[in-house]
Design a protein around this ligand. Sequence first.
Ligand code: GCO
Ligand code: MG
Length: 428
Amino acid sequence: MLALAPRFAAAEEQIARSTRGMPQPRIRDISVIECEPDGVRLTVVKITTDQDGLHGYGCATFTQRADLVRPAVEKYLKPFLLGRTTDRIEDIWQSCYDSSYWRNGPVLNNAISGIDEALWDIKGRQAGMPVYQLAGGKCREAVDTYAHASGSDFEEVVDNARQYMAQGFRNVRVQVGIPGMAGYGSSHQETNSFKPLHNSPLYEPEYDFRRSLKLLDICRRELGDEVQLLHDMHERFTPNEAVQFCKQAEQYHMFFLEDPLSPEDLGYFRQIRENCATPIAMGELFNSPHEWQPLIEEQLIDYIRVHLSQAGGFSPSRKIAILAEQFGVRTAWHGPGDLSPVGHMANVTLDIVSYNFGIQEYTPFNERTQAIFHGCPVMKDGYLWVNENPGWGIEIDEKEAAKAPFIPSPLNGGWGEIRRLDGTVIKQ
Ligand code: GCO
Ligand code: MG
């Protein structure tokens, strides 16, 4: 245990005994577990306490800058937190948030998320309850999800969507490749007809615009009226194109269109609203309250889609859910492959306790992932089920994790660039 300055010792002693006079656990160690079992770098923070076998895990995955999260945890948060009691989650969150003075960036928010979620895990294990019980208990049995259907041509996407529907999914996200271009969310056929002024992957928004609209038209006709269709625009269009796209997509009765605009263009959400009633989801790139607050309070979006660890973990995201409920905005937390199963369980936990839950993005866990993370959320008939064991209900096999280290890559997991025909870099 860390030696405490004498003037703090009395207060610390009181804190340590705050619950029914029982000694509260203290943070004995903080470590970082890294692995890449399915092609993306995952980072999890482990907090070990001074009480026998009591520990917790939190997701801190920021795959494009994974190597920077470890030192943020080990060099800054660990010395700051060693020796503290684990019971004051909000107090620790606020202390960590403020201790860098400059805040709301993705690396530091992920590091704080690792700590925050590990503390919730510990509290659940202490109580002998899953975290959802600590957050008020279930308001639904399981969590409705959407699957990702994609393909390099329309037929492939439709086939893929049908496969998911046959498995019981009622909601399907559809993405089609653009021949010769690096669109988002699908493979594509190569073609030599373009003559870009560079050698990077190519993308032009107008091609995407026409092809994606056509895809929505085909999917609605081929898949019928009952399936809920979703589509991720991935901040690829100019603001005006985005307004036009949302307006034209209105006829297909989407569940939602996602990320029509980039966080830099938030002011244009009002124009989308003024022009159509297509439901809009936004937020996976958000790190700061200054991004989500105005969109929620001005009711400019229908679904808030924050990536929990990018916002700083379970604690701040729960506040986002509650804020959104007051304004009739529903939740659709980001659930991609670059989220550890601990992060997915935090999503499902919030889904199950929030009245204003909308939908959950679903990414399957492969065998290697499940060999490392025991107790992942279970998928059945399109629904995800929360683990009923204490805390997040997940145990990590660190030996298995060590067998799946980060795969060396020239950019350390970072993304390369995509350019327009004339060489302009686009947001991807
Ligand atoms: C989604 C997302 C992801 C992101 C990815 C970035 O809606 O699932 O857009 O696919 O692109 O998480 O690393
Ligand atoms: Mg997305």
